[in-house]
Write a protein that binds this ligand. Sequence first.
Ligand code: GAR
Length: 200
Amino acid sequence: MKNIGILLSGRGSNLKAIAENISAGKIPGAKISTVISNKPDAGGLELARQLGLEAVVLPSKGKEREEHDREVAAVLQKHQVDLVCLAGYMRLLSPWFVRQFPHRILNIHPSLLPAFPGLEAQEQAFAYGVKVAGCTVHFVDEELDHGAIIVQKAIPVLENDDEHTLAKRILEQEHIAYSEAINVVLTGKFEVAGRRLVRK
Ligand code: GAR
């Protein structure tokens, strides 16, 4: 069994989608071992408890980045986590943390990277006037929204979209893309050459 640790800061819809896909047998051999939030009021914590998962709060406010990351890593290591999934985790990770889990930290971002890294990517894309938007699941490296891309899903921006309808349709794709990427990584059926991940 492969242990997944989920880090989040918000409502947790990606957590829910991953948990539902595991229950439906779509991510064979995986289980969510712990859910950690750096925000005490994250909706994803309550959701985790409802799903019968361990929900841990490690407040990051006022903490040095690496000091907080060491607390997070200790919980993940206690559960012998094989894969760390950032699911709306709105805090940069320290280089130290990234080194603890080489090619074992994934992030989901609501844009077609390298377009629109950072906060409110869907709003950035909408305001820019793009005709195609989407989401990216990628490995985490020491730069923001930067590591090798595992899965991308693209959708058209519709004439009658606003930033909310666009974000909602991107989120639907996120819920599909994340489980697909987890399967790629857990089955080990890939090679990374430079920035390029090739499925085998
Ligand atoms: C998702 O849209 C995710 O792509 C985004 O936060 C949201 C979390 O939603 N992440 C980032 O912007 C990271 N840069 P959720 O809590 O419902 O899963």
